[in-house]
Design a protein around this ligand. Sequence first.
Ligand code: GLN
Length: 477
Amino acid sequence: MAKPLSLKQFVAEVKKGNISIVEHTEKILAEAEQSNQTYRYFNLIARDSALKQAKEIEAGIKTGRHKGKLLGVPISVKDCICVKGIESRAGSHILSGYTPLFSATAIEKAKAEGAITIGKTAQDEFGFGTFCNNVGIGFARPLNPRDRKRCCGGSSGGSAGFAALSKLTHTSIGQSTGGSIACPASFCGVVGLTPTYGLVSRYGLIDYANSLDKIGSLGKTVEDAALLLEVISGYDVNDSTSLSEEMDELGSVNPSNDLRVGIVKELFKGCDKPVQKECRKAIDKLEKEGATVEEISLPLNAKFGIAAYYLVSTAEASTNLAKFCGMRYGLHERLEGNFNEYFTKVRSKGFGEEAKRRILLGTFARMAGFRDAYYLKAMKVRTKLIKEFKQAFANIDVLLNPTMPIVAPTFREIEKLSPMQQYAMDLCTVPANLAGLPHASVPIGIHEKMPVGLMITADHLQERKMVQAALAVEGLR
Ligand code: GLN
């Protein structure tokens, strides 16, 4: 099977009239529908609206109206990102029936460049998970494209799984709070790019934790993922935390080996030996090609990252989920009893087990009497962790470590893990997310026939360096 055309090649062929967008959209919808019977990458496939968009764009090209960078490119979208007129549930039963009246800014930007939304991808409920097994009530867990007994990784599992499986040109919009783009990219063997916090507008994102959430991209190659990120980034008047920086030409950056690379000692140590070995091999090659490599120590991040992250993220999540009570969004029940009785009924039925666990944990962490000891302390620790990163970036361009400490585990193996053991798997991805740093996961090796990903972290707004390094790493394969 030939490799699919890159986004740029595809758009060039579309412009020359060599590819029919409608036919290509038909093909990828058929692929999504067929694979969904087994792999469950989509919570919803938007056949009618995708074909409608395809026809409009095709007609627009003929009249010279459409010229975009993503002309006719099919994109799948994580369920937590709102798409106008398409049920958007963030993988949760409590949002059953919620059909947004507007699209997220990231979607509008992609559409303005000619992209076609084909469906909403499977995820852990509201993003609460590392394996995409914490899906909401009534949802199916997506299965790893290389081995169906294994997970896709979370929480953007459907996006990564379909990006890996699809034989056609396609890219996906995902979201990360503590590693949800990098982790599934690593487990499924695709590229995941998470930008600096604020680079992509969060308007229209069903939040998990506002101070941590980032929208990013997943694709088969660094170039594809970088082009999508280029398109969706930039200031948005609807999101006061969005940054004014644009990432022009991010999809056209060239690889560079002329980089000062720091290997994060502690994060390496926390990983399985075979995973370490694969990553070392890639780094050795990178060094041979001209990179300057040195060991870097981030002791505070390694020791306190997980604890600080799970306190901050659950505190924010528990407030964000308060609005889901059967009054405005999604699930409704017969109105009976007093407010408390009604809310309790809806929330008991609508939230899955992990969502309930996090509501309890987060509410506790910010309760009067415990707030100073937990939430505020975690916030102070977070500042220290950011400082530690900033010191490291004074002398280096990018940091490298394995994305995940293991290859994609089987569902059986996951069942044996306690919640705490599951949280501990985020050791390598959580620090960069807490600090709002841009990071990439690039597949670099194989262990037990499963892909291993290398994580590349750059300083704030140094997306170009991240992409330069990611392209160099990709070129080693
Ligand atoms: N595994 C992490 C968590 O469960 C990160 C998930 C995410 O980035 N959405 O919080």
